[in-house]
Design a protein. Structure first.
Lengths: 196, 560
């Protein structure tokens, strides 16, 4: 993680001026949200954003035609989004929150679902394709928000589904402890100091 | 030539009763040494610290854990103080960094600047905000430092922690408000202290709440202050664009305190004149320098008298550069001039033109010389003060004055010169004699167009205090009808100084049309001059504007 961070940072300094013009990561294999989660700074911040979440979403591999759009992390909400050459800009947004409102959503959890993750679907529409898919797990919820442009095929959603996966928060907790000697407060970590 | 200036010009020892000029020996500081104040040095140290920290972070990632633990320990000192009551207080204080509070502060400043029509300050303020937000946002993404670890975070946050964007936002807004709205001097000094104290309390609150590390807070505040101060000092310096709520009381360079003492010492040492008093004069009409009236001590031969001086600083050179860039883009090679590269060159040029005109017998102030206040930063040009003279706009003028004005232009034409700033404020009358001042824009071997404009402007100034027919009749004794026709074909719009155009508007008569009616017909001379330089400059400026706009749009998240 350190090695990759170092290379990334030195490169970033060299390209600081061009980076100023466009803050978000663009097309290519490497994005700040790439798995595994122990190799990206973004995931520590996401874990801090929703301390109760036991899983963190990340991008396993972007299919052809998909690019990483950017991220926005604040307390209680962490999200990143993907752009598609067919689905349009911001075609899929992946967000992590402590809980989701799933009233009225259809439970589509299948038998292969692991780790107590339940999957729900709502706001489904085919023309143009739009839907919300919720992954509910202990301490958190990840929402895939599909909003494709007119004419984009619904099967694109399958590509996006394959691109995104989850990492375990405990991996990050261990890594922060080993590398920095500090506690990543929240699920899977010992209690933090000075709690009110 | 009086005894005093004779002595100066020949380099002879002074007459009895005058201080002796003295050469500053090597190693001795100048009249006003350029020094950073204590706060400036402290600030520079902080900037240096952060440059080192970030560089070390980027080049040696293994330092990260050492630094992170060190910062964590400092943070625990503060978070150990947590109590429910204190936490409530800190949450209230932290409300100052909320996006809504910052928006209210910014919109209030913008509104005030619009009400007071302080456009330059408004644009500098907006520019400082944009730069701060974009750079802080991108820097935090590059550094990618998580929020403090090992302690619960007690309030809301957004994005990475270093530098602290809320602290940078508050700092640049407060500093901007201070420089754009508060008068320089004691009020601004008080505001600086208040801002500093608020930033310290805010920083403490954010560290206490565990939302920022101590380093993030200091870095954000230092960065916001640095951008605010640098923006206003560079693009709206107080000596050129003072914040004032009294009409006609522009401050320019402060000539009191250390600078006032330095002026007295420098004039005594470099020109051998004993100064009794230094007073700013005619500030309203002067944007390019700080004009001063200096009282000189009586000697055995002479009573007390005044000299006139113009104080130039680096900010004047920068303003001149922007002015010329604007003129080049708007009109092309209108002025056919290049910007000066230093204050020294600036003042040397005026000294040269003054001496040139004086040698030619044109009634300009007698030059006394250049005085160095701070090497390469501040210089003063000292000349005769026309005591008892009044601006031509307030004087009664007779045929003699009209002839002197026209004769002056004729003489400059014959010598291959142009004054380029003929306007009421630069023409003085004393005992029926016309004097010309402010020769900074004088050009040797100017374009024929520029000389023609000088003639038209002189005739217009003279007609303002008489009438067009009379001036035209006198002009025929010095210029041919074709030359006068050329002058009024060339004098269009911006060719005349703003002050002259304002006087013409107030006068009510259409003097320009009257002159054109009397002169033979001639096709108007275009003021637009196209050149490769103008095209490239215009493209460059447009590109920079689009780039800035693109930067704002691309980084819209930074303003969220």
């Amino acid at each position: 993680m350190r090695c990759q961070r170092s290379i990334g940072r030195v490169g970033a300094v060299a390209l600081v001026l061009s980076a100023l013009a466009s803050c978000s990561a663009r097309a290519g294999d490497a994005t700040e949200a790439n798995c595994p989660i122990e190799e990206g700074e973004l995931f520590v911040l996401m874990a801090q954003s929703v301390p109760s979440a036991t899983l963190i979403p990340c991008i396993e591999a972007l299919p052809a035609g998909w690019t990483y759009g950017g991220s926005d992390v604040s307390n209680a909400l962490a999200r990143f989004w993907l752009d598609s050459d067919r689905g349009g800009l911001h075609a899929v947004e992946v967000s992590l929150t402590a809980s989701c409102r799933i009233t009225g959503a259809v439970d589509i959890t299948n038998s292969t679902s692991e780790g107590g993750v339940r999957v729900y679907l709502d706001e489904f529409d085919l023309h143009p394709f739009s839907a919300n898919k919720y992954f509910v797990f202990p301490g958190g919820c990840v929402t895939y928000r599909y909003r494709f442009g007119a004419g984009a095929e619904a099967t694109l959603a399958l590509e996006a589904d394959e691109a995104v996966t989850f990492g375990l928060r405990t991996v990050l907790v261990r890594q922060v402890r080993d590398e920095l000697g500090l506690t990543l407060c929240g699920a899977g970590a010992p209690p933090c100091l000075n709690g009110d | 030539m009086d005894a005093r200036t004779e002595g100066i010009e020949r380099g002879r020892p002074r007459d009895h009763g005058h201080p002796e000029p003295r050469r500053r020996p090597s190693g001795e500081p100048p009249a006003l040494p350029h020094e950073l104040g204590r706060s400036g040095k402290f600030f520079l140290l902080l900037v240096l610290y952060f440059v080192i920290v970030i560089t070390a972070f980027l080049v040696f990632p293994s330092l990260e854990s050492v630094f992170e633990r060190w910062d964590h320990t400092r943070q625990l000192w503060v978070t150990d103080l947590r109590t429910p009551g204190l936490t409530r207080v800190m949450l209230v204080i932290n409300g100052l960094t909320s996006s809504w509070t910052i928006r209210v502060i910014r919109w209030s400043v913008i509104l005030a600047l619009v009400v007071f029509r302080r456009w330059r300050h408004l644009f500098v303020f907006l520019g400082a905000l944009i730069v701060t937000e974009i750079v802080a946002y991108n820097a935090s993404s590059i550094i990618a430092r998580p929020r403090p670890l090992g302690i619960p975070i007690l309030t809301g946050w957004q994005g990475y922690s270093m530098p602290s964007r809320p602290m940078a936002s508050v700092a640049v807004s407060a500093v901007g408000a201070m420089y754009a709205l508060i008068v320089a001097g004691k009020p601004r000094s008080i505001a600086k202290w208040v801002t500093g104290i608020i930033l310290v309390i805010l920083g403490f609150a954010r560290v206490y709440l565990g939302v920022d590390h101590a380093t993030d807070v200091v870095m954000g505040a230092v960065f916001g202050v640095a951008v605010g101060v640098a923006s206003f000092r560079l693009f709206a310096p107080n000596d050129l664009f003072p914040v004032s709520y009294q009409r006609g009381k522009a401050a320019h360079l402060d000539v009191g305190g250390r600078r006032g003492e330095a002026i007295v010492t420098a004039i005594r040492d470099q020109l051998g004149l004993a100064v009794l008093d230094v007073k700013p004069v005619g500030l309203e009409a002067s944007g390019g320098s700080t004009p001063l009236r200096i009282k000189i001590e009586a000697t055995d031969e002479e009573p007390e008298r005044y000299v006139f001086a113009k104080l130039y600083a680096k900010s004047h050179v920068r303003a001149d550069r922007w002015y010329k860039l604007g003129r080049t883009i708007l009109y092309g090679a209108l002025e056919d001039e290049k910007p000066f590269q230093s204050v020294r060159r600036f003042v040397e040029y005026e000294d040269y033109t003054l001496r040139l005109l004086h040698d030619l017998g044109i009634p300009v102030p007698r030059p006394y010389g250049i005085v160095e206040i701070t090497p390469e930063r501040e210089y003063m040009i000292v000349m005769e003060f026309f005591e008892g003279a009044v601006e031509i706009g307030d004087a009664d003028i007779d045929d003699g004055v009209i002839d002197q004005g026209l004769g002056m232009v004729r003489r400059m034409w014959d010598e291959g010169l142009a004054h380029r700033d003929v306007k009421p404020a630069n023409l003085m009358v004393r005992d029926g004699e016309l004097k010309v001042i402010d020769v900074f824009f004088v050009q040797v071997r100017p374009s024929p167009w520029r000389q023609a404009v000088d003639l038209a402007n002189m005739m217009l100034v003279l007609a303002l205090r008489s009438d067009a027919e009379r001036v035209y009749a006198h002009a025929l004794a010095y210029f041919s009808e074709d030359e006068i026709a050329e002058a009024f074909a060339a004098a269009r719009g911006v060719a005349s100084p703003t002050q002259l155009r304002n006087h013409l508007k107030q006068d009510g008569r259409d003097l320009l049309a009257e002159f054109r009616r009397m002169a033979p017909e001639r096709e108007q001379v275009s003021i637009q001059r196209w050149s490769l330089r103008r095209v490239l400059l215009t493209i460059g400026v447009l590109f920079a504007a689009f780039f800035a706009m693109g930067l704002v749009i691309s980084n819209w998240n930074a303003f969220a």
